[in-house]
Design a protein around this ligand. Structure first.
Ligand code: SF4
Length: 373
């Protein structure tokens, strides 16, 4: 079965599938990377490991993912174990990998595999794509790597290799459908799983974004981009508009015994379901302090702390002013709120931006009142 979305009648100038795979697979046999989630030569790949690693690797580097992958596998050795785990434990273990929607989808996907497929990952693109958090790339990667299906898996590395092999000059993202077409046509019938991993390895280790090491490349004589002298400039990208800035105020409320008020964000939306320091809505444009302060979790004498917390999300930059106040009360009226002792903050599923708010706010308070610390 093939996973090609669009159909082309002929490949443009560039390698044929047979010649391409004929060069790439022997190279892979000699130079394949050893990765914690990768089956050794001759071993059968474990779909759970393949899926877990692919979700973790979205937007994150191989080096960062290694320790997380080992920790997850140690704690939840099977998809059933992961499905049965409380979401909070998963979010906590995910801290540092960012993009928490992926962690929530990870949990939902594990549960779907157990409920819909009896704890076994399906082996076809359609059923894989229907799982939470499994997009076209991940479905292709699991089908190819875990089940040796003739499917293509086009991530950023493979996009770059294909754009260079065929000297595709149209900028991203417009060139993506063509890249998917060409990539799909190159997948061989023999060893498609190894082929998918070979393309990933080629992009990661040889056909690198800057200064590709073409002299070491097994397909150098087939590469049109290299022949035309444009390889390093590909793939081209459309110029991105500047990232918008959103602003808001975070409320650091301290109880007399030193506990901090935290609350859970709504389940949907950015950082959905995560624990946060209560904050005003984050808005573009000039900061309206009065409007922001009206969103305080409790009435109190809020005082501004010096400095600003900055955090960059994919689609915007966030700048948060931090204000602080003390209370003897319980703030019971704050929805989804909880008090947390400062020395137990590490145990909370706090996103990075909220860790920054706490580090910044607690330091500013200590600087302002050293006798109290
Ligand atoms: Fe990439 Fe160079 Fe190989 Fe072409 S020859 S695929 S540009 S490494």
């Amino acid at each position: 079965m093939r996973d090609t979305v669009e159909t082309i009648t002929e490949l443009p100038e560039g390698p044929t599938p047979e010649v391409h795979a004929g060069r790439l697979l022997p190279w892979y046999d000699r130079h394949r990377r050893t990765l914690p989630w990768r089956a050794l030569p001759g071993e059968k790949a474990d779909p759970y490991r393949v899926w877990l690693s692919e979700i973790m690797l979205q937007q994150t580097t191989v080096v960062t993912v290694g320790a997380y992958f080992d920790a997850f596998l140690h704690r939840w050795p099977t998809v059933r174990d992961l499905a049965a785990a409380p979401l909070d434990k998963i979010l906590h273990a995910w801290q540092g990998l960012g993009y928490y929607a992926r962690a929530r989808n990870l949990h939902a996907c594990a549960q779907a595999v157990v409920e819909r497929h009896g704890g076994q990952f399906p082996d076809d693109i359609e059923a894989l794509s229907a799982l939470p958090g499994v997009g076209a790339y991940t479905a292709g990667a699991i089908a190819a790597i875990a089940f040796d299906r003739q499917a293509s898996a086009v991530d950023g590395n493979v996009e770059r290799v294909i754009a260079r092999l065929y000297a595709l000059e149209t900028p991203l993202p417009d060139v993506k459908p063509a890249i998917r077409d060409y990539a799909g046509r190159l997948v061989p019938a023999e060893r498609p799983g190894d082929y998918a991993q070979a393309m990933m390895d080629l992009g990661a280790t040889v056909c690198t974004p800057r200064a590709p090491r073409c002299v070491l490349c097994p397909v150098v004589d087939l590469c049109v981009g290299r022949r035309l002298g444009v390889a390093e400039t590909l793939p081209r990208r459309r110029v991105k508009p500047a990232r918008p800035v959103r602003q808001g105020i975070a409320f650091l409320l301290m109880r007399k015994d030193g506990a901090v008020l935290l609350r859970r964000r709504p389940p949907r939306g950015l950082l959905g379901g995560m624990i946060e320091v209560p904050s005003s809505p984050w808005r573009e444009g000039t900061l309206d302090r009065d409007d922001c302060l009206s969103a305080a979790p409790v009435p109190a004498s809020w005082r501004s702390l010096p400095g600003i917390v900055r955090h960059v999300f994919t689609h915007f930059e966030l700048r948060l002013e931090v204000v602080a106040a003390s209370t003897a009360g319980m703030a019971d009226e704050v929805a989804d709120a909880q008090w947390c002792a400062i020395d137990r903050l590490d145990e909370m599923a706090l996103p990075t931006v909220m860790k920054k708010v706490l580090t910044h706010g607690l330091k500013a308070m200590a600087d302002a009142n050293p006798a109290a610390t």
